[in-house]
Design a protein around this ligand. Structure first.
Ligand code: NAG
Ligand code: NAG
Ligand code: ZN
Ligand code: ZN
Length: 601
C-alpha cells in the first residue's frame, strides 16, 4: 500500500518544510491564520471528480468550509489546468473532469423550478466535463428522464461525453436507445493514454416509463459488451475507466466488487480506475495494485482528486495519489496556486446563480434558527439533534380535524425525510428545500396501544434498513458500513472546524483540510412522538405516519399482531385513513416562525 504521509508539494519540488509553509502562507491572504492544507501530487493522468451535487451550485451559505459556488469551481478548474497541469511545459500531463450523477433534490436552485432542475441544469452544464452520467435522482420521474436526456445526454456539448452503459432511454415512440453512449474510447491529448470508459448505475429498481435500468450483472453478459472487449483487448488500452452511480464500498450488494472481478478477468494487468457515488461519503478503495476507486462526498462539499503515474511502465507498478478537497475558495486558490480565483466564465456562472436565487426568492426569510441541529453529528437524545427536535417539539404540533385530545396518539416520520443539518442563522425558503425537500401527507390507523407501541422498534430492526431506503443515501451514510481496517485517530482539536477526517484504504490523510473530527452517530429508520392519555394496552390510539410508510406500517402491525395474539385478523389498506394536517415542512416552518417571534420579545 502506498501512503503519502508528507505534503504533495514536498515530494514534488523537494522544498524544506519552512519553504513549504512559506508557499502556503503566500498563497493565502496575509492575515488568515489557516491550518496548513495538504497539497496534492500530480501525475501523468489527473482526475477531478464530483458526485451527488443535488443542486448545490450556490455554495453552503451557513458553512464557511464549503463557501465556493459553481462559478468558483469552474474558475478553479481553469486555474488548475493552466497553473498545475500545464504549468511546466516540459512535463506532459492530462486532466479529466468527471461527474457521477444525482443532480436533483436537496437545494432550492433545482427544486424550486418545474421541471426540477430546469435552470440549475444549465449552471451545472457550464462546466466542461470530460465524462458524465446520471444518478437515480435523474430517473425519479419520466419528466426527469426526458429532461436529462435532451438537455444533457444529447446536448451538443456532452453528446460524446455522456455515458451510461446500463441505462436505456425510451423515446416518445417507445424505442429503446442508450441513455447517451454505452462506452467511449479516446486517447488523452497530451500523454496519449488510450482510455476505454464505461459507466454503470447501481441496480435501481424504480425507473420510470421513459428509462430502463438493466442490472450491471446482466448488462455485462450482453453481446455489445463482449464485442467491445474483443474490439479493445488489453493491448489496445492503457486505462479502463469505470465511473458511475454506485458506491465504492457496498457491503450489501457488492455490485462494484462484482464488476471489478469481471473486468479484471478480461484485463489481468490493465489499470482500472473507478469513480463512484450515491452513498454520499468520501471514500477510496484499493482493489489491487492496479485498480482503485474514488468517491467524492456530496452536495458540493468535496472535490475529489486522483493522479496516476507509471501507467505504461513495464517495470514498476502504477502510483495512485488521492486527495479530497473541501469545496471552498481557500482550498481552490491553494491547489490552483492562484491568489485570485475568479475568471470571466466563473464570474458569469456565479452571477447567473445569484440571479436565479433572486428570481426563485430563495433567500426569503421566515425566521431565525437559534442553534444548529444535526442529523448524525450529535447523539439522538441531544438537544442539538434535529430528530430530537422533531420528536420533542415539531411533530407534536400536527393538528387536523381528526385530532382529538381525548385520544392518545403516536406520530411517526422516517428519518430519511430529513436531508440535511439545520444550521443556525436565517431560515429561508432555501433552508426548507435543503432540510425537508419532500412534501408529505399523513395517514393514520386506529390501533390498540399494545400493537402501536411496538411498531417503532419493529421498523428500526436491522432487516428493514435496506428496504426502507428512500431516499437511500441517508442510511448508507453510516460510519458502521466502513470496514475500518485502518486505525485513524479521532482528531480532537476544537480550534479546527468540525468536518471530514476520512478513513480510507490509503490511510488517514486524504482530506486536504485538517478538521476536528465530526463523529457521526447511527440514525434509526423512523422516529416518533407520543401523546398518550392512557397506558392501558388495550386502549385504542391514533397511530399517525407519513403516507410513504403505509406498506411498512401494515407489515409491522400484522407481524406484531400475529405475534402477540393467535387468530389475529390482519389489517389492510382499508384500515388506513387520511389524517390531514400540516406537512412536516409546514410544521418546521411554523415552529421556526413561532420561536423567532419569542426570540424577538
Ligand atoms: C386544529 O385544527 C382544527 C381544524 O382542523 C381547528 O378547529 C382547531 O382550532 C385546531 N387546533 C389548534 C390547537 O390549532
Ligand atoms: C398477515 O400479515 C403477515 C405479515 O405481513 C403475513 O405474514 C401473513 O401471511 C398475513 N396473514 C394472512 C392471513 O394474510
Ligand atoms: Zn445522491
Ligand atoms: Zn443516488
Amino acid at each position: 500500500m502506498i501512503v503519502f504521509k508528507t505534503f504533495g508539494l514536498c515530494t514534488l519540488f523537494g522544498l524544506t518544510t519552512a519553504q513549504i509553509q512559506q508557499n502556503i502562507q503566500n498563497s493565502l491572504s496575509v492575515h488568515d491564520e489557516e491550518p496548513l492544507l495538504r497539497g496534492l501530487k500530480l501525475g501523468e493522468l489527473n482526475f477531478i471528480h464530483t458526485t451527488d451535487t443535488h443542486g448545490w451550485y450556490g455554495s453552503h451559505k451557513a458553512q464557511s468550509d464549503y463557501d465556493a459556488d459553481w462559478g468558483d469551481f469552474i474558475s478553479f478548474i481553469q486555474h488548475f489546468r493552466n497553473n498545475r497541469i500545464h504549468g511546466n511545459k516540459l512535463i506532459k500531463r492530462d486532466l479529466l473532469v468527471i461527474d457521477t450523477g444525482d443532480k436533483h433534490d436537496g437545494n432550492g436552485l433545482t427544486d424550486a423550478t418545474s421541471p426540477n432542475g430546469l435552470e440549475a441544469n444549465e449552471i451545472f452544464n457550464s462546466l466542461d466535463y470530460d465524462l458524465l452520467t446520471l444518478g437515480n435522482h435523474e430517473l425519479y420521474s419520466a419528466e426527469r428522464a426526458v429532461f436529462e436526456y435532451y438537455t444533457t445526454a444529447m446536448s451538443y456539448r456532452f453528446k460524446d461525453k455522456y455515458i451510461s452503459s446500463n441505462v436505456n432511454f425510451i423515446t416518445a415512440t417507445g424505442d429503446e436507445v442508450p441513455f447517451g453512449n454505452k462506452w467511449r474510447y479516446f486517447v488523452t491529448p497530451y500523454t496519449r493514454h488510450r482510455i476505454l470508459a464505461l459507466s454503470f448505475i447501481f441496480n435501481f429498481k424504480t425507473p420510470n416509463s421513459r428509462a430502463k435500468v438493466t442490472p450491471l450483472v446482466e448488462e455485462i453478459k450482453k453481446e455489445w459488451f463482449l464485442q467491445l472487449i474483443n474490439k479493445y483487448p488489453s493491448n489496445k488500452i492503457d486505462v479502463l475507466l469505470v465511473f458511475g452511480h454506485l458506491s465504492a464500498t457496498d457491503p450489501v450488494e457488492h455490485e462494484i466488487n462484482y464488476l471489478y472481478d469481471v473486468l479484471r478477468s478480461f484485463y489481468p494487468d490493465t489499470v482500472i480506475q473507478f469513480f463512484g457515488g450515491h452513498s454520499h461519503i468520501r471514500d477510496f478503495v484499493k482493489f489491487d495494485d492496479r485498480s482503485t476507486c474514488l468517491q467524492s462526498g456530496r452536495f458540493s462539499d468535496t472535490v475529489g482528486f486522483i493522479s496516476i503515474n507509471n501507467i505504461k511502465s513495464k517495470h514498476s507498478e502504477p502510483i495512485f495519489f488521492r486527495r479530497y478537497l473541501d469545496f471552498n475558495k481557500r482550498s481552490f486558490k491553494f491547489h490552483a496556486k492562484t491568489k485570485h480565483l475568479s475568471t470571466k466564465v466563473g464570474n458569469y456562472v456565479s452571477s447567473k446563480i445569484n440571479v436565479l436565487r433572486t428570481i426563485l426568492d430563495l433567500d426569503h426569510q421566515y425566521g431565525i434558527v437559534p442553534q444548529t441541529y444535526y442529523m448524525m453529528a450529535r447523539p439522538l437524545d441531544s438537544e442539538s439533534n434535529i430528530y430530537y427536535l422533531f420528536k420533542s417539539e415539531i411533530l407534536l404540533s400536527l393538528n387536523s380535524s381528526i385530532t382529538d385530545p381525548a385520544i392518545g396518539r403516536m406520530i411517526m416520520i422516517n428519518t430519511g425525510a430529513i436531508r440535511y443539518d439545520l444550521y443556525k442563522g436565517p431560515f429561508t425558503k432555501d433552508s426548507e428545500y435543503i432540510v425537508l425537500p419532500f412534501e408529505n401527507t399523513w395517514n393514520y390507523m386506529i390501533l390498540p396501544l399494545k400493537i402501536a407501541s411496538r411498531i417503532e422498534e419493529f421498523l428500526n430492526e436491522y432487516p428493514y434498513v435496506m428496504k426502507m431506503l428512500s431516499p437511500p443515501e441517508v442510511f448508507q451514510n453510516n460510519i458502521l458500513i466502513k470496514k475500518n481496517e485502518i486505525d485513524c485517530p479521532v482528531v480532537d482539536k476544537p480550534d479546527l472546524s468540525e468536518g471530514y477526517t476520512t478513513v480510507d484504504d490509503f490511510g488517514c490523510d486524504g482530506d486536504d483540510t485538517p478538521h476536528n473530527t465530526q463523529i457521526l452517530y447511527n440514525v434509526p429508520n423512523v422516529i416518533q412522538s407520543n401523546q398518550l392519555v392512557s397506558t392501558n394496552p388495550d386502549s385504542l390510539i391514533h397511530f399517525i405516519f407519513v403516507s410513504f410508510l403505509t406498506d411498512d406500517i401494515l407489515q409491522a402491525v400484522n407481524s406484531i399482531g400475529s405475534d402477540i395474539s393467535p387468530g389475529f385478523q390482519n389489517y389492510t389498506s382499508v384500515d388506513v385513513n387520511i389524517y390531514g394536517g400540516q406537512s412536516a415542512k409546514q410544521l418546521l416552518r411554523e415552529y421556526i416562525i413561532q420561536i423567532s417571534q419569542t426570540q424577538d420579545k
